[in-house]
Design a binder for this molecule. Structure first.
Ligand SMILES: [Zn+2]
Length: 424
């Protein structure tokens, strides 16, 4: 009856239950089946017993330890090289794992799938943070390796850089590259670094048939990913991600605001400076300003922008945003070409000129968006998921942890495999 409650299958016998202060201790052993030596097939002899304690699932709301009274066998044959071995049962607990198998799978689902904090789960099991984290990574990696169908046909592949940690006294930034199916918003993988090589190596490891199906190569306005796509996916049409294009225009506006601030007042923005006070209104989308916001913005610009330079940069940003509202691809393409030409006018601020040159240099990629319509939505949704994972984890120190946790949460693994997953 006790065996039923412990739920470990017919091969296990409960030999003792002790109530300690911090947890319930259940001692089990396997039903005796005398094995034969793997080398010479002689019937083995019992050598001794070892008590191995594993963290188990909570039983009736109490943290639980499963103590496995393991048998050690030895080969009695004098001619045999085999000395002794310990019994193995992966369904109770795999070798070298501190959690029982069912607890290992459970914590993987709690942390990986539901996004719970490791510390939270560790507290529930009354064990160390590292014990849970190691199990999540070991089982999670095995699950992802076993799930060979996770990555299906991809028509639009997006590369996006993400900061995964700031490390050391100087808060040095460590970057990673996310590979995302831009159509369905699935995180395919994460590779370390934001160079051209990192995703290129990943792509080189794919099936050529899979690669040939990718029609759209989505990226930010950066050189490295462009060269990744040029070398690895020469037939795919390159698309600039709208989110990054608008963000670039907004960054140029900000640059212009800071320069004008410095030139007119001779110092960096302070709370009372009109341009500094306008900084949030400037970056907000015009349709979200409202009447009061618009009046306030105009007043602040009149006070702090004597030559109307910031106003030019603001109009340039809004003009870039308008490009994405044009439904017709041909009209949009012409609009973009004219806009780039206009912005290069030497009477405009230098930041606006620079934006115009960028729009010209990336003209094909930016205008391709109207034909591809692989929106940045899915990639952004994934970024939000990964940010959530990072927030819960209070930042990652190891790239391997970061990759596995991100893929478990945003990579859509088939969780049905978890029931049979064992760490390697
Ligand atoms: Zn033997």
């Amino acid at each position: 009856m006790c065996e039923l409650l412990v739920g470990l299958g017919p091969g296990v016998r409960v030999v003792g239950v002790v109530r300690w202060l911090r947890w319930l201790e259940i001692t089990v052993e396997t039903r005796p089946v005398t094995p034969r030596c793997a080398n010479c097939a002689t019937v083995a002899e019992l050598k001794d017993r070892a008590r191995v304690s594993h963290v188990d699932l909570p039983a009736f709301g109490q943290p639980t330890r499963l103590v496995w009274h393991k048998r050690r066998w030895c080969c009695p044959a004098s001619f045999c090289a085999v000395r002794s071995w310990t019994e193995i049962d992966d369904e109770i607990a795999p070798r070298a794992q501190l959690l029982t198998t069912r607890a290992g799978r459970w914590v993987t689902a709690q942390v990986g799938r539901h996004g719970r904090a490791v510390s939270d789960v560790a507290a529930e099991l009354s064990c160390d943070w590292h014990t849970v984290n190691n199990a999540v990574i070991d089982y999670g990696e095995a699950l992802l390796d076993a799930d060979v169908d996770r990555i299906g046909v991809v028509y639009a592949l997006s590369l996006d850089e993400t900061l995964f940690v700031r490390r050391g006294a100087w808060r040095r930034q460590l970057w990673s590259t996310q590979l995302v199916d831009a159509r369905c918003g699935q995180l395919l993988d994460v590779v370390a670094g934001r160079t051209a090589d990192a995703p290129a190596r990943w792509l080189a490891g794919r099936d050529p048939v899979w690669l040939r199906r990718i029609q759209w190569a989505v990226m930010d306005l950066s050189g490295p990913y462009r060269s990744t796509f040029e070398s690895m996916l020469p037939d795919a049409t390159q698309v600039a991600d709208p989110f990054h294009v608008v963000r670039h225009a907004t960054a140029k506006l900000d640059e212009c605001r800071r320069r004008v601030q410095n030139e007119t007042l001779g110092h960096r923005g302070r709370n009372i400076d009109p341009l500094y006070r306008a900084r949030r209104l400037l970056t907000r989308a015009s349709e979200r300003l409202g009447d009061t916001g618009e009046t306030k913005l105009q007043g602040l610009l009149r006070a702090g922008d004597p030559h109307g330079e910031v106003a030019y940069a603001w109009h340039a940003k809004e003009a870039v945003r308008f490009f994405y509202d044009i439904p017709n691809p041909t009209i949009a393409e012409n609009y973009l070409r004219e806009l780039a030409d206009d912005l290069k006018d030497p009477t405009f601020p230098v930041e606006v000129n620079s934006l115009g040159r960028t729009l010209q240099r990336w003209h094909d990629q930016i205008s391709a968006w109207h034909r591809c319509r692989a929106t940045n939505g899915p990639a952004e949704a994934i970024n939000n998921l990964v940010k959530r994972v990072k927030r819960v984890a209070f930042g990652f120190r190891s790239f391997r942890n970061y990759r596995i946790r991100s893929l478990l949460y945003a990579g859509r693994p088939n969780w049905n495999h978890l029931a049979v997953t064992l760490p390697r």
